[in-house]
Design a protein around this ligand. Structure first.
Ligand code: FES
Length: 95
């Protein structure tokens, strides 16, 4: 099963493939920051420390929002838009 690890709390959870990062984080017991839940506000931004290759590719919508927030999509993702499809991902909460 795919696994999420969240820093700095250093908590983790195993989730079904295709789980949104936001939901995976909640499952790990972390209160995830979010606003619109719809890939448009950018509140849910998180830094991906490792495992970017295990996440679903960004939509144009997500890339637009990351650009507005001046966040590099190679390092940051919006947790309400992205799914964890396989393997392991390590996130750092920005808020
Ligand atoms: S909660 Fe608004 S973009 Fe994710």
């Amino acid at each position: 099963m795919p696994k999420i690890i969240i820093l700095p709390a250093n908590v983790s959870a195993e989730v079904d493939p295709g789980t949104k990062l936001l939901d995976a984080g909640e499952k790990a017991g972390v209160e995830m920051e979010a606003g619109c839940f719809n890939c448009s506000c950018g509140t849910c931004v998180a830094r991906v420390i490792s495992g970017m290759e295990n996440l679903s590719p960004p939509s144009d919508e997500e890339l637009d929002v990351l650009d507005q927030w001046n966040k590099d999509p190679e390092k940051y993702r919006l947790t309400c838009c992205v799914t964890l499809d396989k393997g392991e991902v390590v996130l750092a909460q920005e808020h």
